[in-house]
Design a protein around this ligand. Structure first.
Ligand code: AMP
Length: 443
C-alpha cells in the first residue's frame, strides 16, 4: 500500500479508537482523598528538609518550548525521541509538556539572571511531569516529581550534599531497604574516548543485543549499559568500565565525592552500568534504589540525579556547574503503601457536632464556624437526622467529644457535651462551649 494511504488509514483507525470522556486519559490517574495524606506526608518532609538545607522553592510552567528539551535533555534520548507530549499552539509555536524538571529550572536560572545572585543558588520544585511511555505498574504518563538543584559550585562536597539530602529525605519519609547506586560518566574530555571503546566492544557483540540496543549503538552507546533485557545485561557485565577511563580531574572529583559520602556514612554501591537516560549529565550520576523484591526492575529506581556542569552553558548561560536530584512521588507512595507504614491519617476530628431538627441545625452551623475559627477540628453530618447514626460517625473519626444540640437545647441556648470515651454528658450554655471544649482538649 502506498505510504501516504497507509498513514491516512492509521490516522482514521486511531481516531476511531473507542474513548470515553468519562475516563482519565490513558496513563493518567486521579489522586483520591484516600491517598492524599501520604502525599502530604512526603511533601511536608521533603519541603522541610530542603528548607533546613537552605533551598528556596521555585515553580515553573508545565509547558515549555520543545526546543528547550531537545537541546537540554538531548535529541537522542528516549524522552525526547519518543516520550514527549508535544503540540503546536494556535500561534504556531512548538511546545511540550515538561518531561522532567531540570531543563526548565536551568531556563529560569538563565532567564532571571540568577548567576548574579549569591552563589550557590539552591532551588527545589515539585509538580507533574509528562512522558508518553507505555503505562504499567510504576510508570504513568502523568507522574509527579520532587526535585532540587544547586547551581554555581563544582566542588565534590556539593555532589555529596545533594546525595545526602536525597538520602535524608527518604529516611524522614520512612522508607527502608534502600541503596545509593553511584557512578561517574566523565566529561567532554574523557567520555568520547570511552564511547569509542564501548562502541568497539558492542560492535563485536551486536548479534547478542536486543533490537532497541542495536539501534541505540550508533547514537548513544552509553545507554546500552543500562538496558534491562537479560541478554543485554549479560553483554554489559563484561563491557569496559568508564571508571578505568576517566581523565585525571574526573577521577579526582569522583574519588573526593566518595570520600565525602564515606564521611557521612552513606551506604553507596559503585555501579559502573549506571548512566541515566538524559544527555546533560557529567561526572557524578546516582540513583536511589529500593531493594524490595516486590518492586519490578522497572520501578526499583525511586529517584535519580547527578552533576550537569555544561547544561547552563549549552542553553545559552554562562559557565555554571550544577548538580541535582529528583524522585518520583507515585513510586514513593506505592512503597509506603507496600511497607504498610502507619501515618497520621488526619481524618480524625477533635469534636463532632450532633444536631436534631431544623432549629438545632441552625445553631450547629453557627457553632461550627466558631469552633473552626478557634482552630478546633470539627466533624459534622448536618444532613443526618438520627443521633445514633451521628454518634457512630463521631466514633469513626475518633472524636474526643460530641456536642449535641436537640430541640430543647436549641431553645435554651445550651449544648450537651458528651465525652465519647466515658459516655458522661454535661449541659453547658452555648456562649461557654468553645472555651470549655478548648479547656478539655488541652488536658
Ligand atoms: P528520571 O528523570 O527518569 O531519572 O526519573 C526520576 C524518577 O522519577 C524515577 O526514579 C521515578 O521515581 C520517577 N519516574 C520517572 N518516570 C516515571 C513514570 N513514567 N511514572 C512514574 N514515575 C516515574
Amino acid at each position: 500500500m502506498p505510504r501516504l494511504k497507509k498513514q491516512k488509514e492509521n490516522t482514521i483507525k486511531r481516531s476511531r479508537r473507542k474513548i470515553t470522556p468519562l475516563q482519565t486519559v490513558k496513563g493518567m490517574r486521579d489522586i483520591l482523598p484516600t491517598e492524599q495524606f501520604i502525599w502530604e506526608h512526603i511533601l511536608n518532609k521533603s519541603r522541610s528538609l530542603c528548607d533546613d538545607f537552605g533551598f528556596k522553592k521555585i515553580d515553573i510552567p508545565i509547558l515549555e518550548y520543545s526546543e528547550l528539551f531537545e537541546r537540554g535533555v538531548g535529541q537522542t534520548t528516549d524522552i525526547v525521541e519518543k516520550e514527549m507530549f508535544s503540540f503546536e499552539t494556535r500561534g504556531g509555536d512548538k511546545v511540550s509538556l515538561r518531561p522532567e524538571g531540570t531543563a526548565g529550572i536551568v531556563r529560569s536560572y538563565i532567564e532571571n539572571g540568577m548567576s548574579r545572585w549569591t552563589q550557590p543558588v539552591k532551588l527545589y520544585q515539585e509538580g507533574p511531569m509528562f512522558r508518553y511511555e507505555n503505562p504499567q505498574e510504576g510508570r504513568h504518563r502523568e507522574f509527579h516529581q520532587f526535585g532540587f538543584e544547586i547551581f554555581g559550585d563544582g566542588c565534590p562536597a556539593i555532589d555529596a550534599q545533594v546525595i545526602y539530602l536525597a538520602w535524608k529525605i527518604f529516611q524522614k519519609i520512612g522508607i527502608k531497604n534502600l541503596t545509593i547506586q553511584i557512578n561517574s560518566i566523565g566529561c567532554g574530555e574523557c567520555r568520547p574516548n570511552y564511547k569509542n571503546l564501548l562502541t568497539d566492544y558492542y560492535e563485536m557483540k551486536i548479534n547478542k543485543l536486543c533490537v532497541d540496543c542495536k539501534k541505540r549503538l550508533a547514537k548513544n552507546p552509553l545507554r546500552l549499559l543500562d538496558c534491562k533485557e537479560d541478554k543485554c545485561m549479560q553483554v554489559a557485565s563484561s563491557a569496559p568500565q568508564i571508571i578505568d577511563h576517566l581523565c585525571g580531574d574526573c577521577h579526582n572529583h569522583f574519588k573526593n565525592t566518595l570520600e565525602f559520602l564515606d564521611e557521612l556514612e552513606l551506604p553507596y554501591v559503585l555501579n559502573s552500568n549506571l548512566v541515566r537516560g538524559l544527555d546533560y549529565y557529567t561526572r557524578t550520576v546516582f540513583e536511589i534504589w529500593s531493594s524490595d523484591s516486590d518492586l519490578s526492575a522497572n520501578q526499583s529506581s525511586l529517584g535519580g540525579g547527578g552533576r550537569y556542569d555544561n547544561l547552563v552553558e549549552a542553553l545559552g548561560g554562562g559557565d555554571v556547574p550544577a548538580v541535582g536530584f529528583a524522585f518520583g512521588i507515585e513510586r514513593i507512595v506505592k512503597k509506603l503503601l507496600n511497607d504498610k507504614i502507619s501515618l497520621d491519617k488526619k481524618n480524625n476530628r477533635q469534636v463532632f457536632l450532633v444536631q436534631l431538627g431544623d432549629a438545632a441545625r441552625k445553631k450547629a452551623l453557627k457553632l461550627f464556624d466558631k469552633l473552626i475559627d478557634n482552630k478546633v477540628s470539627v466533624g459534622e453530618s448536618l444532613g443526618r437526622g438520627s443521633i445514633k447514626s451521628q454518634l457512630k460517625i463521631a466514633n469513626k473519626l475518633n472524636s474526643k467529644f460530641a456536642l449535641i444540640i436537640g430541640q430543647k437545647e436549641a431553645l435554651d441556648e445550651t449544648v450537651i457535651i458528651r465525652d465519647m470515651e466515658s459516655g458522661i454528658q454535661e449541659v453547658i450554655t452555648m456562649d461557654k462551649v468553645v472555651a470549655e471544649v478548648k479547656r478539655r482538649l488541652k488536658k
